[in-house]
Write a protein that binds this ligand. Structure first.
Ligand code: AMP
Ligand code: ZN
Length: 469
């Protein structure tokens, strides 16, 4: 497997630190509002990478944080007259709902910054003790950027270019810094803000230190993959490297992966531009499986443009796979039992070629666009060789392959079996009889079966009414 590494700017062979295991950290969202469709890109991409590595047999320890202390969260809390934690907990819960709707699996661990303050204080103290950080007069702790020789290695910037190029760093007005390039590790509290005690002042951590600390705590000092959107390369990830490597005296992450940006109709997405969509907005208009398919239809490092036309194309693509799988299921209902014929065995072997194609695409820096093409080829092949005369075993094998490849992409391509109206009525009738006979266990079981199929029951005076959820 090859992975493009932002550090070396090239594709490298993927060799994990510990054989068979992958330690992966993905920077997660700041939770002050519903997540937008740009935030969904790293979620879907790195969830797919994780699924693929698991498919290859790696045990993946996948950590993704929630940044739950931040200016935007505090601002929103003040607007609503509530505590920042109320805001962050609300949007963590909403984010998890969106992740589920996008079929993004929960991480092994989802740490939250506010629960890891002790670890942050400890790492900051280590940095001070080693001469990589200093305390200014007001208690702010800064990282001494020039004390870390590797600074700039990820973003491929050198310190002197940064000095002359990064105006914002020079005009930051923080005169107490030894050098404009130094960045904040800990800052003093301000009126109306949450704070924690520390050896330097009551205050709160800077943003970058949280990821260095949570990555170390949940994955260890050296990890395999650190990932996020490309906007995080500088300064966030550059600063994480400086903090972690200066504190631990070891290389931090072996591979740095960054996804390209999602734009809307070829423009940057932004609230002020009126082209800002949350995952919730899109879920009202489209099936989120189609959205996931759309996300995977381009290489993760390329910019991706969101438009109605591309979503329609994604919908058609997914539909082709769904139709093929339903046809296979339909043919299976009356197919003959028994072993596959010699001809079928040969075809099955031929079909495995498409799996190899899929794997080869994913092995090439997770090329999901080519991987989806391999699924389409398999679908086309299945459409031509599955017939009414096929054995059930052969049809099942074709279907299993398609379903398994789609599953690596996080796409569920087996249509959920829908209950017909008559079947629903019959189950409701049976439930009524079970209730009359005081067999409440069966009655509840039937209610749950119906609920599982998205049928909601309502007991009214005129009898039981039902509707599809
Ligand atoms: P934030 O909450 O802004 O820190 O973003 C959480 C994650 O979403 C980070 O990995 C960002 O790089 C990523 N992200 C934000 N906006 C976009 C976008 N328009 N396209 C792709 N990724 C994005
Ligand atoms: Zn981070």
């Amino acid at each position: 497997m090859k992975v493009y590494n932002t550090l070396s700017k090239r594709k490298e062979d993927f060799v994990p630190i510990e054989e068979g295991k992958v330690r992966m950290y993905v920077c997660g969202p700041t939770v002050y509002d519903l997540i937008h469709i740009g935030n969904a890109r790293p979620m879907i991409i790195f969830d797919t990478a994780r699924r693929y590595m698991e498919h290859k047999g790696y045990e993946v320890n996948f950590v993704s944080n929630f940044t739950d202390v931040d200016d935007k969260i505090i601002k929103k809390a003040n607007e609503e007259g509530t505590e920042p934690s109320v805001i962050s907990e609300r949007y963590i819960a909403e984010c998890k709902k969106d992740m589920e709707a996008l079929n993004v699996r929960p991480a092994t661990t989802h740490p939250q910054a506010t629960r890891e303050i002790d670890g942050m204080i400890e790492m900051i103290q280590t940095l001070i003790d080693k001469g990589h950080a200093y305390v200014a007069q007001d208690g702010t702790v800064y990282f001494r950027t020039r004390s870390f020789p590797g600074y700039g290695k990820l973003s491929h910037k050198n310190l002197d270019d940064l000095r002359s190029g990064e105006r914002s760093l020079l005009v930051s007005g923080e005169e107490q810094k030894e050098d404009p390039l130094d960045f904040v590790l800990w800052k003093p509290k301000k009126e109306g803000e949450p704070f924690w005690e520390s050896p330097w002042c009551d205050g709160r951590p800077g943003w970058h230190i949280e990821c260095s600390v949570m990555s170390k705590k949940y994955l260890g000092e050296e990890i395999d993959i650190h990932a996020g959107g490309e906007d995080l390369i500088f300064p966030h990830h550059e600063n994480e490297i400086a903090q972690s490597e200066a504190a631990n005296g070891k290389p931090f992450a072996k591979y740095w992966m960054h996804n390209g940006f999602l734009n809307i109709d070829n423009k940057k997405m932004g609230k002020s531009l009126g082209n800002f969509f949350t995952v919730r907005d899109i879920g009202k208009k489209y099936d989120l499986q189609v959205f996931r398919f759309f996300m995977l239809s381009a290489h993760y490092r390329s910019p991706l443009n969101f438009s109605a036309e591309l979503m329609e194309a994604a919908g058609n693509g997914l539909e082709r796979i769904l139709t093929c799988v339903s046809n296979l299921s339909f043919l299976m209902e009356n197919a003959k039992e028994g072993e596959m014929s010699a001809g079928e065995l040969a075809k099955k072997q031929e079909a495995e070629g498409f799996i190899n194609k899929f794997d080869a695409a994913m092995d090439d820096d997770f090329n999901t666009a080519d991987a989806l093409s391999a699924i389409f080829e398999l679908v086309k092949f299945a459409n031509t060789c599955a017939t009414e005369g096929s054995s059930r075993a052969f049809l099942q094998a074709l279907k299993d392959e398609i379903v398994a490849l789609a599953d690596i992409c996080g796409l569920e391509v087996e249509r959920k079996q829908e209950l017909l109206d008559g079947e629903i009525e019959a189950l409701i009738q049976e439930r009524q009889e079970a209730r009359k006979a005081k067999n409440f266990a069966r009655a509840d079981e039937i209610r749950d079966i119906l609920l599982g199929k998205g049928i909601l029951l309502e007991d009214t005076r005129e009898g039981v009414k039902w509707k599809r959820a």
